[in-house]
Design a protein around this ligand. Structure first.
Ligand code: ATP
Ligand code: MG
Length: 463
């Protein structure tokens, strides 16, 4: 793999960095904190403006024309070097947010933790961040803030490109494309790591995870997305520090959940998250079941749901964040319903309804699920209870339920895992949906049992 990336990175099959034999002119040095820095001139890399968003180029050029430094930075440069098309184009500059706002009519300043400028071009948003400096011990300007355990709560101290690079997460993300001369400035051996497929944290990994535990999730995500190996030092602290994830706000984890499970690598991410004990920070109730029943139906269901989602994304079918959540939480709901029944003596149906609320509330404490998605998950769960009831007009009515398809897809997955009655029910619905109406009526008749005669109203007997 090394050579594939390697040839993509420089457009030639020779090493840019770290080879005494290759004729390279990169300027190498180090930041004051000792982070290696190298500049790769335009003629020695493949990043071309023709592969960038025209709006990102407009922003870079305007900043540059007004005398500011302007760089395409992070994932945008990394993906272009790898020959992928970037998901978004982020820009870093030495202009302050207020100065950026003065230059762009279509600019909105956002964020408290990180103050950022969003430049809006119709549906495309170009994110422009001011180069970040080191956060200060004293917090005179109220610009940076850490909690007692070293976690960064605010980070609005501005600085130089060197300082900014030290604040980035991985070396392969500390890459800057300079619009002024089209060179790439790479920190911490980022090009070499890209060539070798190594994901390496900048600085001391444990300290960086303490500052922002989400970096542990990002390590997993980039390892699978970029098909990279996490370096030993970057990998080692993850498991022992996985408990730090508890301090992350549930709303932020919803975003991370989406990136992990809805970007085509859900199955790989699921496996790695488990390996590093991070799955429990996202789905604690599911992780408990995995622990109680290793290699059991829960793990099989989670894997199947992830694999199906990846397949849908690969074939450009629509996916919703609600489906995985609903499917993952189905077994926790069944377990909770059982204990509700034991404690309260409620019927199965009522206990399931109570359990759905309990499990949904508990899940939202880890990963907050926006209302529209939790409503969809509830519909899918409700359908699991309704799909077995097919008599009379019920089956025909269920077909018109707006979430029938999602509910049926969950039933199919459950059938595949559980077999038996659930698989038979799933098969029934598969046939029913596509059958001609006459066959449908026969199918319903068979599951409805003999029709009961209507009793004529009782006549009042006179004494
Ligand atoms: P993706 O393809 O997922 O967009 P990306 O590398 O662009 O990957 P973003 O989340 O868009 O990731 O972040 C842009 C850049 O900001 C990263 O490349 C990285 O340099 C920096 N960054 C983002 N999140 C963090 C973080 N938690 N800690 C340090 N640096 C970060
Ligand atoms: Mg990005």
């Amino acid at each position: 793999m090394g050579c594939v990336i390697f040839s993509k990175v420089i457009g030639l099959c020779r090493k840019v960095i770290g080879s005494s034999t290759s004729p390279v002119d990169e300027v190498a040095g180090a930041t004051t904190s000792g982070l290696a820095v190298e500049t790769i001139p335009r003629e020695q890399h493949v990043v071309s403006r023709s592969n960038m968003s025209v709006n990102a180029i407009k922003v870079l050029n305007r900043l540059n024309r007004h005398g500011y430094k302007a760089y395409l930075v992070g994932g945008g440069v990394r993906d272009l070097l790898l020959g992928h098309s970037p998901k978004d184009f982020d820009i870093a500059t030495n202009a302050t947010p207020e100065q950026i706002k003065e230059l762009f009519k279509n600019c909105r300043l956002i964020g408290r933790r990180f103050r950022l400028a969003h430049i809006l071009f119709g549906r495309e948003v170009i994110e422009v961040a001011t180069l970040r400096g080191h956060h200060q011990e004293t917090d005179e300007g109220n610009l940076s803030k850490q909690n007692d355990s070293g976690m960064l709560l605010r980070d609005n101290v501005y600085g130089t490109i060197d300082e900014d690079a030290e604040r980035r997460d991985f070396t392969v993300n500390a890459l800057y494309y300079d619009i002024a001369d089209h060179s790439i400035i790479a920190y911490g051996g980022g090009i070499n790591d890209l060539n070798n497929g190594t994901l390496r944290m900048i600085g001391d990994p444990a300290t960086r995870y303490k500052e922002d535990p989400v970096r542990m999730l990002r390590a997993i995500r980039f390892a699978t997305k970029l098909n990279m190996t996490i370096s030993e030092e970057t990998r080692a602290p993850i498991k022992p520090m996985s408990h730090l994830m508890k301090s992350i706000p549930a709303a932020r984890l919803f975003e991370e959940y989406q990136k992990l499970f809805l970007s085509g690598k859900a199955l790989d991410n699921y496996k790695l998250l488990n390996e590093y004990q991070l799955f429990e920070s996202l789905f604690p109730m599911c992780a408990d079941l995995l622990e109680d029943n290793q290699g059991g139906k829960e793990d099989k269901l989670f894997q199947l749901v992830c694999a199906n989602t990846d397949k849908r994304i690969a074939s450009e079918q629509r996916v919703t964040p609600a489906f995985i959540i609903a499917a993952f939480l189905w077994y926790p709901i069944e377990v909770q319903a059982q204990s509700v029944m034991n404690e309260s003596g409620l019927s199965y149906y009522d206990a399931m309804m109570v359990a759905m609320n309990d499990v949904c509330d508990a899940q939202c404490r880890s990963v907050s699920i926006p209302k529209r998605f939790s409503a969809m998950a509830r519909d899918m769960w409700g359908l699991q209870l309704r799909l077995p009831r097919r008599s009379g007009a019920k089956a025909f009515k269920l077909l018109t339920h707006p979430k029938f398809r999602a509910g049926y897809d969950l039933l199919l997955i459950r059938g595949e895992i559980e077999g038996g009655e659930v698989a038979e029910l799933a098969q029934w619905w598969t046939t029913f949906q596509h059958a001609p109406e006459k066959v449908q009526r026969d199918m319903v008749r068979k599951v409805s049992g003999p029709r009961r005669k209507r009793r004529s109203p009782k006549k009042k007997t006179q004494d």
